[in-house]
Design a protein around this ligand. Structure first.
Ligand code: AMP
Length: 281
């Protein structure tokens, strides 16, 4: 695997790849890689010739400096995992390489960035669109791969691509889970054994919602889910929403796609999860 830390070196390499008519797949990450990230690399390999994984803990998407400071950084293990997965290129720039000044700009994508995650993490998606726009401009990937785990992030990036007519295809990959159902996350290493046990209420509640989904009873289902999670010790619910899968506004009976999304703190660790409930043709 080739490792680049500067934009210039990466671009030079990409020119050669393009001259050889290779298609390029991009998997943006913040590192502390797990099998969820690897599943994105595998999906990318099935669709493109040359795969770039980026690892960059993007400061502008953290609204809490303490959260940024304690975000796990495990670059040696990440390199090993990417090599095992036969990833072609790792791009791991430092902060100066990606932000060369006091950048204040952000994209207004019309409100989606202020709902749910955006409400609890003000400015989060402004940071996400900033870094993803920079990565897309640099790499010019044919395809970029993101996880359903960050469902709202996928919608926000799709909106950006649509509004700016960016020439990239986006692919959403399914959520990888631990055998007991917990959604894999870089943040899971912060969970104490007790937190981890209590955190299972998120995937269990989403399973229950999926098993009992009834588009005519969205309010009742949501209330039950909030009670299930609210009654779990050690868990502080931030939101549980049964939302329209395109707008993320509360779902209505004839929403074409419905998604249940949850965010909660298990001890000191913030977790998110979701399930797609229905997809009408
Ligand atoms: P992150 O490093 O957390 O920013 O995630 C990088 C990419 O991996 C994002 O597109 C995430 O949605 C995706 N991802 C994170 N966790 C999972 C998971 N459990 N299953 C599938 N994809 C995931």
């Amino acid at each position: 695997m080739k490792i680049f830390t500067t934009r210039e070196a990466l671009q030079k390499h990409l020119q050669q790849a393009r001259a050889a008519h290779k298609t390029i797949g991009l998997v943006p990450t913040m590192g502390a890689l797990h099998q969820g990230h690897v599943s994105l690399i595998k999906q990318a390999q099935a669709c493109n010739d040359e795969i770039i994984c980026s690892i960059f803990v993007n400061p502008t998407q953290f609204n809490d400096p303490k959260d940024l400071e304690k975000y796990p950084r495990t670059i040696e293990a990440d390199i090993q995992m990417l090599e095992q997965a036969n990833c072609d290129i790792l791009f791991s720039p430092d902060e100066k390489e990606m932000y060369d000044g006091n950048e204040q700009w952000h994209l207004d994508i019309g409100g989606l960035e202020n709902l749910l995650e955006g409400k609890f993490r003000p400015g989060h998606y402004q940071g996400v669109t900033q870094i993803v726009y920079k990565l897309f401009s640099l790499v010019k990937p044919d395809t970029a791969f993101f996880g359903q785990k960050d469902y709202q992030q996928f919608l926000v990036i799709s909106k950006m691509v649509e509004l700016l007519s960016l020439p990239v295809k986006l692919v959403m990959c399914p959520i990888k889970r631990e055998p007991d159902g917990l959604a894999m996350s870089s943040r899971n290493i912060h969970l104490t054994p007790d937190d981890r046990q209590h955190a299972l209420t998120l995937s269990k509640t989403l399973d229950w919602i999926e098993g009992n989904f009834d588009a005519g009873n969205i309010t009742g289902l949501k209330r039950n889910a909030e009670l299930m999670i609210g009654n779990e010790p050690g868990i502080e619910l931030e939101y549980f929403e049964i939302a329209d899968g395109d707008t993320l506004l509360p779902a209505v009976e004839d929403s074409k796609k419905v998604v249940a999304l949850v965010a909660a703190r298990a001890g000191k660790t913030r977790l998110i999860d979701n399930v797609i409930l229905s997809l009408k043709p």
